[in-house]
Design a protein around this ligand. Structure first.
Ligand SMILES: [Zn+2]
Length: 477
């Protein structure tokens, strides 16, 4: 067998799968919620992972830059002839899980009908557990060869493998990957990194696409303060700050024009080609997008794809603005003199923050802009990895998908959201979102992110683990 995973017997794979499932359930049971909750600090997950690595002979270091907020790093050695290391990156924090709507305790790690339920099952403890398991398999092989994984090279490995599972990704990563990049970049510097948010099969009527994340949008957040006039509620005013804010919301919430980026063009062309035979109507719509047709909306895309994929595609095609926080008013009979609106904007590669701010002012119009204060809260740039480099990681990821699912089609994609890739960009490390999973058709996994009944399929993990292992073996061998 040409695949590296063929080095391992089916019986060993079955054991590795069981170990992976148990670790994922254990990880879900540690509620590493961000923003941090005293009941379940991220430090506990970091310590758990360090313990699991040490149990198979891999030294691991836990950093705690902020009390209770831990990240863990480790290294396996290659023989040094293959160049810079490969980094296996993941985040160990999760978003909160209000119980409303869940049919399972989000922190119990229940297994039912072939699914593991819990906060983090998809985002992103599945990848934490898979990367941990790849490290353990390689350490097992090293020990089986009579070598010490702490000091000796893994048989057949030419590059080192770095492992980093970090805190705080769900709030920007400054207490996790961002801190490591500033203070201990030796744990992150690599030829390339495997990270979250790609490699999950998307089923479009029988054709399986595997979008591999090679880019992500920049994040920009503004606080807008509207200044009106305070007064008595019995005598309405047109400069009631709530009226001003409401007018602004309507103007800002209208979708902006489409701008095709190179990655999205490649993605749409590839997807259209893949589904042409089975889904000609959707293929034509995707081709119309590429050809620059105006009037492509989430609504139209959603009628042909599932709504969540329609929204994702809609967001890949434009800079987006989402009006997400609004505060105003003190009492029913007091006209509010100020209102505060926070907007979450996602910039395509190539759109700068000043350009976006100018567009917001333009949308508000001169009268509204004159009474609005605009404050920039967060700004990170879009990230694009060099996926066309023939010696880079992307062709390897594409090839292992082909090997493990000959009918599947891997495609480069830009995520509409951000990950810790932004912190790696400053170190010059190209980051690829690849947490391979093949789940039952109809499972619109993007809806599970930060949603209710978050879950991952056992068969998906069983398929994905050897895929990830082969990607690591092939890039490092
Ligand atoms: Zn995530």
């Amino acid at each position: 067998m040409a695949l590296g995973s063929g080095r391992i017997s089916p019986e060993r794979w079955a054991l590795a799968h069981d170990r992976l499932v148990e670790s994922l359930r254990d990880l879900i049971r540690i509620p590493s919620i961000n923003p941090p909750d005293p009941a379940g600090p991220e430090l506990d997950v970091a310590r758990f992972l360090a313990g699991a690595l040490r149990d198979v002979g891999i030294p691991a270091t836990v950093y705690e830059p902020v009390p209770g907020r831990g990240s863990v790093v480790a290294r396996l050695r290659g023989d040094g002839t293959g160049g810079e290391p490969l980094l296996l990156l993941s985040h160990l924090d999760v978003v909160p899980a209000p119980l409303d709507g869940w049919t399972h305790d989000p922190f119990a790690g229940d297994v039912e009908d072939g699914w593991i339920y819990g906060r983090g099952a998809m985002d992103r403890k599945n990848l934490v557990a898979m990367e941990l398991e790849v490290m353990r398999l390689l350490a097992d092989e090293t020990r089986a060869a009579g070598l010490d994984p702490a000091t000796d090279p893994v048989p057949g490995l030419r590059r080192d493998i770095l492992f980093a599972s970090t805190a705080d990704e769900e709030a920007g990563g400054l207490a996790g990957a961002g801190w490591l990049a500033m203070e201990h970049s030796e744990h992150l510097r690599a030829a390339a990194a495997i990270n979250e948010a790609g490699g999950v099969a998307v089923d479009i009527r029988g054709r399986r696409l595997y979008p591999i994340q090679v880019a992500e949008k920049g994040i920009t957040t503004y606080r807008l303060t509207f200044h009106g006039t305070w007064g008595h509620g019995s005598m309405p005013r047109t400069d009631n700050a709530i009226v001003l804010a409401a007018r602004a919301v309507v103007r800002l919430a209208t979708p902006g024009p489409i701008r095709m980026t190179e990655v999205t063009r490649r993605f749409l062309e590839g997807a259209a080609e893949a589904i042409e035979a089975t889904e000609p109507q959707t293929a034509r719509l995707l081709q119309a997008c590429v050809a620059g047709s105006t009037g492509i909306s989430a609504g139209r895309l959603a009628t042909l794809l599932s709504p969540v994929y329609g929204r994702a595609l809609d967001a890949m095609l434009r800079d987006t603005l989402s009006t997400n926080v609004l505060h105003a008013g003190v009492k029913y009979n007091v006209i509010p003199g100020t209102a505060v609106l926070e907007i979450d904007c996602r910039r395509l590669p190539g759109t700068t923050e000043p350009e976006l701010e100018a567009r917001i002012i333009d949308r508000l119009g001169p009268e509204l802009a004159a009474v609005t204060e605009i404050e920039l809260l967060i700004a990170t740039d879009a990230v694009v990895a060099p996926y066309e480099d023939p010696n880079g990681l992307y062709p390897v990821l594409e090839a292992v998908i082909r090997d493990h699912d000959p009918d599947g089609v891997a495609l480069p994609v830009m995520a509409p959201f951000g990950t810790d890739a932004k912190h790696l960009q400053q170190l010059g490390v190209p980051v690829f979102g690849f947490s391979p999973l093949r789940q039952p058709p109809g499972e619109t996994y993007l809806d599970r992110y930060h949603g209710i009944d978050e879950r991952v399929s056992l068969d998906g993990l069983r398929w994905g683990l050897p895929v990830l292992y082969d990607a690591v073996r092939r890039f490092c061998g």
